[in-house]
Design a binder for this molecule. Structure first.
Ligand SMILES: Cc1cc2nc3c(=O)[nH]c(=O)nc-3n(C[C@H](O)[C@H](O)[C@H](O)COP(=O)(O)OP(=O)(O)OC[C@H]3O[C@@H](n4cnc5c(N)ncnc54)[C@H](O)[C@@H]3O)c2cc1C
Length: 376
């Protein structure tokens, strides 16, 4: 059984070892956020060095479900109530634009399949109906589906989000790293940064999502690590799912890849307390729940080829922290996507680069770290 994620099985890019001369910006984290930020910073004329304790995309960015979704981690109707109507609209519109940019850069790593957000019971049906109506009211494309004959167990309706898609996340992030390297970005891999003081750069961008514990105490208090577990099956002969599917508030998610494999993740809520951890290991209770659901979905147990875990960062209001760290001049953060970081991470990498380069943006107000960080 492979415990390395299926996505990371492809050989990594060969990048030149980072030069030791000084950089204007040091980025900690070579996931989707760090690579996206590094590329945008280099294109903005700065000298950039990216540091990672592991390799490119070996954190959550190479361990996720591969869903590329618009919006934030909260439902759209809830986002309108919590963040305000204008802010929610801006966030959804901007992630749709980020998806378009991602598609234009991703090549074969992205398929514009749409996604199906399912209701597991009547209560969830009422919730996603409210989301569907809110999206339509504000002019966002969304389709309601009552007939779901391809699915067992039975679901109680779904929203089809046509603009979403399926991402080979590691391939995409490694592609970003290659583009960044071509713009002069230096990568220092397999080297953990123990303290920000060790970095010789005027500006530091922390792009560690849920795995940066120990770098800044105030960040540890605001971005909580959570573990997600995933499995991949052998390729199946039959095509069962045309797009990524997710249910139970996004706790369960699965998709079928072009080669017929099923990628299934979730069931974190079956053991919610033990899954609030940054220990990157699979556990029996969650893997058993995944297996049982696989049998429900397929009517049989296929061979499972990969099982893995990954760590993501949760925040109290389900929005990321993107911007300057209060009380620490020259220190920036982009992290805390609450399990929704493929498109958001790509977008927030660009956003934090813009902030470092002095650009204003309404999203920087919404994502302001000061709302959750107590000055260190
Ligand atoms: C199981 C799972 C399923 C998910 N499914 C989806 C999904 O389908 N769709 C979606 O949109 N999102 C999903 N997510 C969330 C998404 O994967 C993340 O939000 C996103 O990848 C975060 O990217 P990042 O670059 O910010 O962080 P990461 O990819 O986690 O990268 C952070 C990097 O920082 C490095 N690092 C940490 N500390 C240090 C240090 N001290 N020194 C040097 N390096 C350090 C780590 O090694 C790591 O490589 C999922 C997450 C998980 C775990």
């Amino acid at each position: 059984m492979e415990t390395t994620p299926f996505w990371l099985a492809e050989p990594p890019p060969e990048l030149e070892v980072a030069a030791t001369d000084s950089a204007d910006v040091a980025v900690i984290g070579a996931g989707i956020t760090g690579c996206s930020a590094a590329l945008a910073l280099a294109r903005g004329g700065l000298r950039v060095r990216v540091h990672d304790a592991r390799g490119i995309a070996e954190g959550a960015s190479g361990r996720n479900g591969g869903f590329a979704l618009r919006g934030g981690a909260a439902r759209y109707d809830v986002a309108r109530e919590t963040y305000g109507a204008d802010a929610a609209q801006e966030l959804w519109r901007r992630t749709e634009a980020a998806l378009d940019r991602l598609e234009s850069m991703a090549g074969e790593a992205f398929r514009r399949t749409g996604s199906l957000r399912l209701a597991a019971d009547d209560e969830e049906r009422a919730e996603i109906l409210a989301e569907y109506e809110a999206l339509r009211e504000d002019g966002f494309a969304a389709e309601w589906r009552d007939e779901l004959p391809h699915l067992r167990p039975e679901f109680r309706g779904a929203i089809f989000h046509r603009s979403d898609g399926a991402l080979q996340p590691a391939r995409f992030v490694r592609g970003l790293a290659r583009l960044a390297a071509a713009e002069g970005v230096a990568f220092q891999q397999n080297c953990r940064i123990e303290s920000l003081d060790a970095l010789e750069a005027e500006q530091v961008v922390i792009a560690t999502d849920g795995s940066g514990r120990g770098l800044l105490a105030e960040l540890d208090d605001a971005v909580w690590p959570a573990r997600g577990q995933v499995l991949t099956t052998e390729p199946l002969d039959e095509r069962l799912f045309e797009c990524p599917h997710y249910a139970r508030h996004g706790f369960d998610y699965w998709q079928q890849l072009s080669d017929g494999r099923i990628v299934l993740g979730g069931f974190r809520d079956f053991s919610i307390l033990t899954e609030m951890t940054d220990e990157e290991t699979t556990t029996e209770p969650i893997q058993e729940a995944l297996d049982a659901f696989l049998v429900e979905l397929l009517g049989r147990m296929p061979q499972v080829t990969h099982r893995w875990a990954g760590i993501f960062g949760l925040t109290q209001d389900l929005l990321p922290l993107v911007g300057a760290v209060p009380g620490r001049p020259g220190t920036w953060v982009a992290a805390g996507y609450s399990g929704h970081g493929n498109v958001l991470g790509f977008m927030c990498g660009e956003l934090i680069a813009g902030a470092v380069l002095g650009r204003e943006d309404p999203l920087l107000e919404l994502f302001s770290p000061a709302r959750l960080l107590v000055s260190g």
